[in-house]
Design a protein around this ligand. Structure first.
Ligand code: SF4
Length: 87
């Protein structure tokens, strides 16, 4: 999600205080853009369709997968555990 930095600072006192508070709740700041007054906040929420060995339980029923899953990834990312590779 994207948050407005000035609103966070008004609520928490400083951006560092806000970051600490959010980190205690399992969220991390991904992209701080002071010029645009926004920060990306990420939470790791595992998909409930993942199997115990990290595979998609919908792989063999692609019609049940959300559209975004068919599109991902559109570009290489930095998720080291992702099994998808660009060739
Ligand atoms: S491909 Fe989609 S549905 Fe399957 S595990 Fe990943 S996020 Fe979940």
């Amino acid at each position: 999600m994207t948050c407005v930095i000035s609103e966070m600072v008004a609520q928490h006192g400083t951006l560092e205080e806000a970051e600490a508070y959010y980190s205690f709740r399992g969220a991390r700041f991904a992209q701080v853009d002071l010029a645009a007054d926004r920060v990306g906040v990420e939470m790791a929420i595992p998909c409930d369709k993942l199997t115990g060995d990290n595979k998609c339980s919908l792989h063999h029923t692609p019609e049940k997968k959300p559209l975004i899953c068919h599109r991902y990834p559109v570009a290489p990312d930095d998720i080291e555990t992702c099994g998808f590779r660009f060739s």
